[in-house]
Design a protein around this ligand. Structure first.
Ligand code: GDP
Length: 428
């Protein structure tokens, strides 16, 4: 448990000697001179005293999970003690005489090695710990339930069947066995390609659920970036002043838009400057702009600071959402000119157009329940594996259709299976 003061802290131990290690220090509540032999008792929970050299360290509850019915598949002890860093430190010092600290994620790693979890579900544990919005929470839970795992397993089953039918043909081609139906075979392969392509189409959303969508507010100084930043967040996080060049470094805050985790960056106004600190701020802003998934490029129809150089900082126009701010100061005709050029028109001052702009940030990203329940790809490892499987399947279709020989097609299908097995960790 995280450090700090609270009611209860939990210390977990996993491994063959977990029970015997605790036994050395655990006494019944009414007799501190006796020790409880955890290996021989039937109970799963015990209330006792933790003793070091005859002195009581704490009154604790010990929960026992017998192998293989534990998270890691090994014997696991959970020791609940009072959550005081001093007590925890004492207990840890005692236990570490015979144990070592777990590496980050090691309990889940052991669960995977002991086949308690496949790799998609092991990854889901991490995603669940980091989930920040309703949707990412849902997605992690579904993956933990094994939705992606089952989806991949069913495709693997189909692939194996097709491969076996080819191998049967290869082995028994001179015997009187039913002929392989070419049309059905190709239809079947196409169906698998469609399923995997559909799965791959979930990766864009999946990555955002996991890593968040990076959205950068950019533009010349004084156009209202910080004001918009505050307005989107609903707080006064950034300093707003009429003095250009106030935002020296970028700020980062997060918000949820339609269930997506959006990481919002307010950056220094982009302009040519000789001022050293401002110039450093602009460089750092530029780095954020390069990393962004979406850039809100803000203007205010005031030429004073609109050096052409501001636009030049934006390298990827596909990521840009053009925004005209301060419409409260601009004529209707002029606003319409901007609208015609594809600008979102807003007035932060009057809170006009903000909600629509918010929605446009996540436009094009959608996650249906159907999507979630059939499993989605949430990291680059999974995405690369599906892409590889698809490439092998295309090779399989070509080798089959050009009659290169069943051996070739069977080999391509095997490659596709191996790629998918990597996702669930069957093949590591
Ligand atoms: P930044 O330098 O781009 O971050 O701009 P700021 O958010 O600091 O705003 C610069 C000035 O513009 C401040 O005086 C704000 O009050 C003002 N401002 C921001 N948005 C609006 C708006 O929608 N209408 C009007 N009239 N003024 C605004």
């Amino acid at each position: 448990t995280p450090s700090g003061i609270g009611a209860i802290a939990i210390i977990r131990m996993s491994g063959g000697s977990a029970f015997s290690t605790i036994s050395k220090y655990l006494a019944p509540l009414n007799n501190r001179d006796r020790r409880v032999n955890l290996e021989s008792i039937k109970k799963n929970r015990l209330h006792g005293l933790l003793i070091d050299n005859g002195a009581v360290i704490d009154e604790v509850i010990v929960s026992l999970y017998h192998s293989p019915k534990s998270y890691t598949g090994e014997d696991v002890v959970e020791l609940s003690c009072h959550c005081n860093p001093f007590i925890i430190q004492k207990i840890m010092a005692l236990l570490l005489q015979n144990t070592r600290l777990a590496e980050p994620g090691e309990f889940t790693y052991r669960a995977f090695l002991n086949e308690k979890l496949d790799l998609t579900r092991a990854e889901a544990v991490g995603d669940l710990l980091n989930a920040k919005t309703e949707l990412s929470h849902q997605a992690a839970l579904m993956q933990l339930e094994g939705k992606l795992y089952q989806n991949i397993l069913s495709v693997l089953d189909e692939l194996t069947n097709y491969r076996l039918s080819l191998e049967l043909e290869i082995d028994l081609h001179d015997q009187d066995t039913p002929q392989l139906n070419h049309e059905n075979f190709i239809d079947g392969l196409n169906e698998i390609v469609n399923k995997l392509t559909q799965l791959l189409s979930t990766s864009k959303e999946g990555m955002i659920l996991r890593d968040g969508l990076r959205v950068c507010l950019a533009g010349a100084p004084n156009v209202g970036k910080s004001s918009l930043f505050n307005s989107l967040l609903g707080t006064d996080r950034a300093i707003v002043t009429p003095t250009p060049g106030t935002t020296r470094d970028y700020l980062e805050e997060a918000l949820s838009i339609k269930g997506f985790w959006v990481r919002l960056f307010d950056t220094a106004g982009l302009r040519e400057t000789d001022e050293e600190i401002e110039s450093l701020g602009i460089n750092r802003s530029h780095e954020q702009i390069i990393k962004a998934d979406r850039i809100l490029y803000i203007e205010d129809d005031n030429d004073e600071y609109h050096e052409a150089s501001a636009q030049a900082y934006i390298q990827d126009p596909d990521k840009v959402i053009l925004v005209l701010n301060k419409t409260d100061l601009i004529s209707k005709d002029r606003i319409n000119d901007f609208k015609a050029k594809g600008y979102h028109t807003i007035s932060v001052k009057n809170r006009e157009g903000i909600q629509k702009l918010k929605e446009s940030i996540v436009a094009g990203f959608e996650i249906s329940d159907n999507f979630l329940s059939s499993g989605i790809l949430t990291n680059s490892r999974q995405i690369a594996a599906v892409e590889r499987a698809l490439r092998s399947l295309k090779k399989a279709s070509t080798s089959f259709e050009t009659q290169m020989g069943y051996e070739f097609t069977a080999f391509d299908l095997k490659e596709a299976s191996e790629a998918l097995e990597e996702i669930v960790g069957k093949n590591t």
